[in-house]
Design a protein around this ligand. Sequence first.
Ligand code: SF4
Length: 449
Amino acid sequence: MKTFYIETFGCQMNAHDSEKVVGTLLTQGYTQVETPAEAELVLYNTCSIRDKAEQKVFHRLDQFKHEAGKGSNGKRKTYGVLGCVAQQEGEKIFERAPHVSLVAGSASYGRLPELLVQLEKGDRRVTGLSFDRDDAFETEFTRRTNPHRAYVTIIEGCDKSCAYCVVPFTRGPERSRASESVMNELEQLTGAGYTEVQLLGQNVNSYRDPSPAGWDFATMLERAGQVPGMRRVRFTTSHPRDFGKEIINAIDRTETLCNHVHLPVQSGSSDVLRRMDRQYTRDEYMRRIEWMKKARRDIAITTDIIVGFPGETERDFDDTLKLIDGVEYDAMFIFKYSKRPNTAALAYEDHIPEEEKTRRLMELQERQRGIQLRRNAGYVGLTEHVLVEGYNQATGQWIGRTSQHKTLNFIDAALPAPSQERTLVGEYLDVLVTRASPNSLAGERSAHV
Ligand code: SF4
């Protein structure tokens, strides 16, 4: 029996890619195991968006370098690097980690069966790095890990060129998937019992249907929300430049579309945005925020921010602080700028010292904590509809997720804990919110709800 272990780093796109890889390996007669020690084939699906993430992969590979060629079961052990670091570093990985035998980027996963055959034949260096043949959307073998929520890729790659970002190099140019193919997959998913989908793309809202139907992203959203059996549709990640009002109108019209938008701003300073080549100004971004604030539905807004981009002055940073005060985001992911290979910002001057980046990050975090607490406190006393995603043994609470993507931990008087006969996981329930903290809500369901 052939065994494999896979570890995934990075974003939802990578998590979903790993589901495709697992499905493909299972159909090739492999069995998945829980530890690298048990596996003959060890795969790392990697992320290179930040320097730290990339270092982690090489550290992981280093840990096992003495075990290459000998599994604990006496069989040959093979190592593979997939994903963004594979695409970015290519064959250089063989030099840095000579025990690696497979290097393949995300556009080559459709070729995995033939790459595996080469490995099994004993080839020492196998690569899949071209963007010529793109099977990234082929999902017939996908093995999803969550039984209720499914990721569905609708667009791959990126045609923008943000000065700090490696994605255009690691995932290639933008390719949208035909609407019919997406709809077929959505129908199969609801038929199999899935009730929530998350439409994925690096710039998901740049979606343009390549088929004669010619759907734009807002149409795709509405149609996805109308699939029989679909209860929730999410999408990530949106780019502000391509974010039109028709997306808000679609959310307003279609209850199954979740009222949550993740719209990365990156900086509150138009000057920094221009040097980042983000293709929008602060005012243009704020216009999109206004559309959302005026929407019929209470749309939760979340964002990403980079602190310490080269040349970011105190005044630029202050503009970011003012922007977050004005928007009042529901959640925020803050990153310190780190140099990435091939990117335009490498040539920029005025790099910000690490300690200063850390100071800005902490100040922003502190400010955002207060905002989130205020935002969440507004839900206390309201009844929220949640999809139950799990149960926390340690706290004795069920874990629910609201349409706005907030975690709502709750006690259920009728079913305090899952039993052999019954669980609430996968159900949609109304929960009374009783408490709020910056990162989550807490609530209860009385026996009669
Ligand atoms: S839009 Fe910019 S940040 Fe997003 S993937 Fe493309 S280059 Fe990277």
